[in-house]
Structures are given as C-alpha cells and as structure tokens.
Design a protein around this ligand. Structure first.
Ligand code: NAD
Length: 373
C-alpha cells in the first residue's frame, strides 16, 4: 500500500508531511512511502535523504496515485482534481474555513481526516499537530518580536550603568503563549500574561511570569478551550489591557477561539497609548487579528509602535516543525493500519478517528460539518 507525500504548493508553506525518520517507520509498517521530488526542500531534507530512508521519489501524479496521502495544508484546487475514490487524505485540512472543500472530499469518495479536530486527550498527545506546531510557533513569535525591538531584553549591568530589562506581555497563555512566556523568561525579560481560562493562571506562574487580569468562571469549555467573553467580561478585560499596555515593551497576542474569528483584544487607541519603540506581534493576524491594524505577513509602524502580523510561523522554522508534524502524522497513521495484516482498518468507534474523520463512503460524516437532517 502506497503512502504519498506531495510537495506542499500553498504560498509560504515550507513544511513537509514526512521526515526521513517517519519514512523509515512507514517502511517498517509494511507501507511503501512515495515522496514527491523537492517535497523536503523547504525543510532542508534532500530527495536522496528520503530515498536513503526507504522512500521512492516520484513526480506529482505518481505521489497522488497512493492509497494514503499525507499533507500539511489542505489540497489546492489543482490537487483536488487528483483525488481518487477510496483514497485516505490526512492533514491540517482547515475545515471551518473550507466547508465547500469538505463536501468535495465526500463527492470524490475520499476518507478525509482533519487533524486540527483531534480531541485534546492524553492518548492524542503524540498526534496533536496543534500543540506541536503552536509550541514552536510561540518560540518563533517571541524571537521575531525581539528581532524588531531596538532595545535589549535582559537587565545588563555594565561599568557605564545598568540597562533595565524589557517588559513582555503575552495575551493568551495556551500552548503558543506558554512557549512565548518561557522564551521571554530565558532572555531575561520581566514577563506578564493574561488568559480567560482558569487553568492558565497556574501555568503562567509555574513559568515564572506574573498573571494579570481576571478570569471569568464560565470562559472555558469542557474540552479546555476558551469561549467568547460576555460583553461585561470583554469590557473588564479591555480596561485591564488598556492600562497594562502603556508600560509594556513587547506584546505577543495568541488568543484564539476554535472555529471562530479570533477575539479583538487590542484596539487602535490602545496601540496609540503605547511607548514609542514598543513591538506588538499578533499571532492571530491570519484568523481575524487580536490587534486592530495588524496585517498578516506585514510589519507596520503606528505612532512609533511596530505591529507585526504573523503569517504561518511554523513554516518559517520548517526544518524543526516538520520533524514534529511528521511524527504526529505517523502516530495517527498507526491508528489506521492493522499492525498484523498491514491492511487499512478505520474504526469509527475510536474517539480519535471519529473526532477527525470529515468524510467517508461518499458522505460528510463529522458532526460539526454534516448537513442538518
Ligand atoms: P487556542 O490556540 O485555542 O487559544 C490560545 C489561547 O488564547 C488559549 O489559552 C485561550 O484560552 C486564549 N484566549 C481565548 N480568548 C481569549 C481572550 N479573549 N483573552 C485572552 N485569552 C484568550 O488554545 P491552545 O493553545 O490550543 O490550548 C487550548 C487548550 O487545550 C488549553 O487548555 C491547553 O492546555 C489544552 N491542551 C491540552 C492538551 C492535552 O491534554 N492533550 C494538549 C494541548 C493543549
């Protein structure tokens, strides 16, 4: 059974859905890995390295002629024409922003899995693409913001005097935010953070940062995600953020609500009140923006404050994120292939399969996307 790894064709995508290590493991599982020529170029993996690990290298048509296809991002329009009946497609398919495409997978007779929908359970941790990618993205966000900051992060004591440490504020202390906190702490900054989930306070403090703001009791779902704030809670948060921002040097915002536009937390007036030379990096710029005026992929200066709109941060450190993403996918593929017979076995009773399976047998089957009865 062939398992194909096409070259990613969406703009700015540099990751690949397999690494030499996972290619080797697929071979060990009795599968035949087929990698498209150049698929690893953005992640610093040459075709020969995939070959040495046991893959064959093919052209685009050869790769899509596989029983299982592994992707980073959802297929392009041209790639949609290459899907074939009975094929298995696995990747970050972004179904909330591509509902028509979900229907097209069903029409094409493909069993499609969107790995962002994986339930955040202990068993799922090794397959959790959101966590592995957000973790490294949170690190890269702080590094990018630091690169635009023209003062220094740590306190520096010199014969000529002392330079005070930078004040870093992280909005949203989830997976990415916690890594941004840890990175800023390693650089010696004075770090504060806020979130709306009750668990975030302790996690922030365990990294040596100070939690600021209040935590509404009803702002987390059972699945551990944030809910949109009530208008009252939003106003309370806005008051706190507006006051705190006036003294901050670097701000990284990471707030997201799954399946919805990112919450707007920093307004243009708040940016205006910040110190000249301050830097704000909006990690949610592509999903609506936590910061008014941020533009994905662009850095704009507003009244002396630099606003960086992040765009696909994981792709900017593709050699590192590819290793983790590929491993997440391999752990997921193991769920689908019977270890004894090496045959496909999709157990729709398994909560990890049920949680991610968008389409199969010609129909949309995921509860969040199937047509209303
Ligand atoms: P996310 O990317 O959906 O959101 C990022 C952060 O923004 C979250 O912490 C969220 O609470 C916060 N946020 C949302 N609205 C906000 C607002 N208005 N103001 C301030 N902050 C706001 O979240 P994530 O990083 O994917 O993490 C989601 C949850 O999943 C967390 O509880 C995390 O601990 C949990 N998790 C569990 C596992 C596991 O057990 N397998 C793995 C990873 C994550």
């Amino acid at each position: 059974m062939k398992i194909g790894i096409p070259k990613e064709r969406r703009e700015d995508e540099r990751r690949a859905a397999a690494s030499p290590e996972t290619v080797k493991r697929y071979k060990g599982m009795g599968l035949e890995p087929v990698v498209e020529a150049g698929a690893g170029a953005g992640a610093a993996v040459a075709d020969q390295v995939y070959e040495q690990a046991g893959a064959s290298v093919a052209d685009e048509a050869g790769v899509w002629d596989s029983e299982i296809v592994l992707k980073v991002q959802r297929p392009t329009e041209a790639e949609m024409g290459r899907l074939k009946q009975g094929q298995i497609l696995i990747g970050m398919l972004d179904p909330y922003n591509s509902k028509d495409q979900v229907e097209a997978y069903a029409k094409a007779g493909v069993s499609s899995f969107a790995l962002e929908l994986l339930p955040r359970t202990t068993r799922a941790q090794a397959m959790d693409v959101l966590s592995s990618q957000a973790n490294l993205a949170g690190y890269k966000a702080l590094i990018d913001a630091m690169a635009e900051y023209t003062r220094v992060l740590p306190m520096m004591m010199t014969a000529a005097g002392t330079v005070t440490p930078a004040k870093v504020f992280i909005v949203g202390a989830g997976v990415a935010g916690l890594q941004a906190i840890a990175t800023a702490r390693r650089m010696g900054a004075v770090v504060t953070a806020t979130d709306v989930r009750p668990a975030a306070r302790e996690e922030t403090e365990s990294l040596g940062a100070k939690f600021v703001g209040f935590v509404p009791t009803d702002a987390a779902t059972k699945g551990g995600y944030a809910r949109p704030l009530t208008p009252e809670a939003q106003a309370e948060q806005a008051r706190m953020v507006a006051e705190h921002l006036k003294t901050q040097d670097i701000v990284v915002t990471t707030a997201q609500i799954p399946g919805r536009k990112a919450p707007r937390i920093i307004t243009a007036d708040m940016v205006k009140s910040m110190k000249p030379g301050a830097v704000v990096l909006d990690m949610a710029a592509e999903s609506g923006g936590n910061v008014e005026g941020s533009k994905p992929g662009k850095t704009v200066t507003v009244g002396g404050v630099k606003l960086i709109g992040a765009r696909n941060l994981p792709a900017r450190i593709a050699p590192a994120t590819t290793v983790l993403y590929a491993k997440n996918l391999m752990n997921f593929v193991q769920l689908l292939v019977d270890a004894k017979t090496n045959e496909l076995k999709i157990d729709t009773g398994d909560e990890l399969i049920k949680g991610t399976l968008l389409t199969t047998g010609g129909a949309v089957v995921h509860d969040a996307f199937k047509p209303a009865a």
